[in-house]
Design a protein around this ligand. Structure first.
Ligand SMILES: NC(=O)c1ccc[n+]([C@@H]2O[C@H](COP(=O)([O-])OP(=O)(O)OC[C@H]3O[C@@H](n4cnc5c(N)ncnc54)[C@H](OP(=O)(O)O)[C@@H]3O)[C@@H](O)[C@H]2O)c1
Length: 262
């Protein structure tokens, strides 16, 4: 009975050699809003200590207060800021969920044009936001992750149709995650990528998703609904659980059937 209720907590031996439960320490980049906030809240509700990272200091602080997390402001694409964030974290970590990212083409003047300077800027922005952010954060905290821990990256269904810099960046993230799994495995860690389909209730589309496009995205699913942030949060929570220790190096699609693997 007791074992079941503590199965998601770490067990450590006390001075008497008895196993005692201690809460895990979980880092969520992009934890101030959207999917990251839902992921952070899920781990908190499971009893874990959670640290959230983001660039918008006020929003990050508000979310930290709301869900009972610790906030560390940091741009995950900036090597120096990531190094400082890692220094502030403390010695140990159990789970890192790299959620920070998004399609930076929404902020570019002409990402699909023919001006090569603009094309280069657009591709670099998406590679920074979606690939480098996870690479820098994971590299900075790898030595802190205790055996039994997990690395979880957030990709996208867009990687399956990688005609844009966003899709290509997420495809690269998936490839890197699969390779990372072999390094992680020797440390007793798992490394997986969750690839969401269309998820509502986020700021991903920056208010630029037309009703027609939204309907098309929902119609492409088998269950005819938008994904919810909790769909991703529950999947991340499972991948970090004791029951998922033999799942590593995988892309886990969460999209209502909009993309199937067969
Ligand atoms: N929503 C969808 O339909 C969907 C589908 C597939 C994949 N995804 C992926 O899911 C992830 C989360 O997106 P979302 O839908 O939750 O979008 P969102 O509502 O815009 O949230 C993005 C979060 O990431 C943070 N962030 C972005 N860049 C960052 C950086 N450089 N450093 C630190 N934090 C950063 C943002 O906070 P700050 O602005 O404060 O930094 C924000 O908290 C992204 O990787 C996205 O590509 C989303």
């Amino acid at each position: 009975m007791v074992i079941a209720s503590i199965s998601l907590l770490r067990l450590e031996l006390n001075v008497a050699g008895e196993g005692v439960a201690v809460s895990r320490i979980v880092l969520v980049t992009g934890g101030g809003y959207g999917l990251g906030k839902a992921v952070a809240a899920r781990f908190r509700s499971g009893g874990d200590a959670v640290i959230i990272v983001g660039r918008n200091v006020d929003r990050l602080a508000g979310t930290a207060t709301e869900i009972g997390a610790r906030a560390i402001p940091c741009d995950a694409t900036d090597a120096r800021q990531v190094a400082r964030m890692a220094d502030e974290l403390g010695a140990d970590l159990d789970v890192v969920v790299n959620v920070a990212g998004g399609n930076t083409d929404f902020d570019q003047p002409d990402p699909h044009g023919t001006d090569l300077d603009q094309v280069a800027a657009a591709w670099r922005a998406n590679l920074d936001a979606n690939l480098l952010s996870a690479v820098l954060t994971t590299t900075a905290v790898l030595d802190k992750l205790r055996p039994g821990g997990s690395i979880i990256n957030i990709g996208s269904i867009g990687a399956e149709y990688a005609s844009t810099s966003y899709g290509a960046a997420k495809a690269a993230l998936a490839a890197w995650t699969a390779g990372l799994s072999s390094t992680a495995g020797t440390r007793g860690l798992t490394a997986n990528l969750i690839a969401p389909g269309y998820i509502g209730e986020t700021d991903f589309f920056r208010g630029k998703l037309s009703e027609q496009r939204r309907t098309a995205l929902i119609n492409a699913t088998h269950n005819k609904r938008a994904g919810q942030p909790t769909d991703i949060a529950e999947t991340a929570y499972f991948l970090a659980s004791d029951g998922a220790r033999h799942i590593t190096g995988q892309t886990v699609h969460v999209n209502g059937g909009a993309h199937t693997t067969r």
